[in-house]
Design a protein around this ligand. Structure first.
Ligand code: BG6
Length: 474
């Protein structure tokens, strides 16, 4: 199978994990800006942001990030040297509308992204943009309860209109929401939603998700009206659930868990809630409030492509013997799979799972796929000579690219492959810097010490060759 020359090899990051400059040039507060690092209780803060807001933590990793806001030229030049063809980042909504509900956008925020996209285009790098990557302005959470309130749809569309009009000539590929299915797992990240203990979490998160789905459909419509060349995609946190055994109950449980994920994408790709949605809502005591016209909006404005992140497959069983053996599944709980190796952060390594996931997605939807996140979070050591010998990252990435190629050989249409955190950045889940994903090292530790200097890792040279050879030399 030959990979076409327009295959988008590249890397990905997100505003809230790299830009820093958290209040500069008029930016408002974003959800990540109130979260501390892992040692100071990030997990608790992620799931109970109300508590986090009242605290004064010693260190907030997003406030400076990797200082991408000031160093983007150097960083894009390095990425260009690595030969990447596509660079995914997100726009910080609170940089454009600091409170989310203003009438006029913040010109200085818009200028930053003009400069960033121009810099990419100067090197013929295609910018791939996520409109909202865990980044609903904090003020919308405080005033409206985030996406739980339907009025946020209008604010989001006003934001999208500004972006589409401003960047229509610079950005072709857009994604409406990062990992839209994450809202039911981490509502504060996914939808700027805070849930009190006495509130019904499922009712709130599924309603907020519905608002996002309507907003996503309307944004897709808007993009097409402004410039029909723009391509709009959905984005899901993928990774299929396997049944632990051939016990039909395990198999059924895996199907149900996969449906929990597919629910959102089914709407965005097929234009309507799937037949099993009502069963899920019944089980979770959810009464969805759909307004007149919502069904038609969803039906008429489906996406052009399916972007997804893949870090691992997931595993489930009804058998209590296994049920305590849970490991990190990127915020979605999974059982430990005895056939798989595991990373330092407890994430299972399953390259073949990527081929499985791609085949499942393509069989189901028959739309082009786009791998927009995949990578290994690991501790890197700077050797005495200054080099970083990250052979483990090369090995991980190589094995995953092999499976992308295999999936394409199976007939799956795939637009590109972007590694997560092509430059080291702040981890979303833990707030750590030392959980590094990059081919480019950033001198900064978990407490915010370091010069922020960039260094090429061994994987930098390797990935450059992969891209140059269009995936032949792995
Ligand atoms: C994805 C997110 O879920 O996983 C990213 O889209 C995140 O924002 C990535 O960084 C890796 O997770 P973590 O917790 O290791 O940063």
């Amino acid at each position: 199978m030959v990979i076409e020359n327009d295959f988008l090899w590249g890397g990905a990051m997100a505003a809230n994990q790299c830009e820093g400059a958290y209040l500069e040039d008029g930016k408002g507060m974003s959800p990540m800006d109130i979260l501390p690092c892992v040692q100071c209780g990030r997990k608790e803060a992620m799931y109970h942001p109300g508590i986090a807001m009242e605290k004064d933590y010693e260190y907030y990793p997003s406030h400076e990030g990797i200082d991408f806001y000031h160093r983007y030229q150097e960083d894009i030049a390095l990425l260009a040297e690595m030969g990447i063809k596509a660079f995914r980042t997100s726009i910080s909504w609170a940089r454009i509308f600091p409170n989310g509900d203003e009438v006029l956008p913040n010109e200085l925020g818009l200028q930053f992204y003009d400069n960033l996209f121009d810099e990419c285009l100067k090197y013929k790098i295609e910018p791939i943009v996520t409109i909202c990557h865990f980044d609903t302005p904090l003020s919308l959470t405080m005033k409206y309860g985030g996406w739980a309130d339907r009025r946020v749809i209008e604010f989001y569309l006003a934001y999208c209109e500004v972006l589409f009009k401003r960047y229509e000539k610079k950005v072709k590929y857009w994604m409406t929401f990062n990992e839209i299915n994450m809202i039911t797992h981490i509502p504060f990240f996914g939808g700027g939603v805070m849930i009190r203990e006495d509130e019904k979490a499922n009712q709130i998160t599924y309603q907020a998700a519905h608002h996002q789905l309507v907003a996503s459909a309307l944004a897709t419509k808007l993009a097409r009206t402004i410039n029909e060349k723009m391509q709009v995609g959905c984005m899901l946190a993928a990774g299929s659930f396997y049944p632990y055994s051939c016990n039909p109950q395990d198999v059924w449980q895996a199907i149900e868990k996969n449906q929990d994920t597919y629910l959102f994408i089914d709407v965005q790709v097929r234009g309507k809630y799937p037949s099993y949605a009502q069963r899920i809502w019944n089980e979770k005591n959810v009464t969805l409030n759909m307004q007149k016209g919502d069904k038609e909006i969803l039906q008429a404005n489906t996406v052009d492509f399916i972007a997804f992140s893949y870090y691992s497959s997931r595993l489930t069983s009804v058998d209590l013997e296994f049920s305590n053996n849970i490991v990190d599944g990127n915020a979605i709980q999974t059982l430990r799979n005895p056939y798989l190796d595991i990373t330092q952060w407890g994430r299972q390594i399953d390259p073949l799972g990527l081929r499985i996931t791609m085949n499942e997605l393509y069989d189901r939807y028959q739309k082009p796929l786009f791998v927009v996140e995949n990578g290994l979070g690991a501790v890197d050591k700077v050797e005495a000579d200054g080099s970083i010998q990250d052979d483990y990252r090369i090995d991980y990435t190589k094995k995953h690219i092999e499976e992308v190629k295999a999936a394409m050989n199976d007939g799956v249409e795939c637009l590109g492959y972007l590694t997560w955190g092509c430059i080291d950045l702040v981890s979303a889940g833990t707030g750590e810097m030392e959980k590094r994903y990059g081919f480019i090292y950033v001198d900064r530790d978990n407490k915010g010490n370091g010069t922020l200097e960039r260094k090429k890792k061994k994987s930098f040279v390797w990935y450059k060759k992969v891209i140059e050879s269009n995936g032949k030399l792995l």
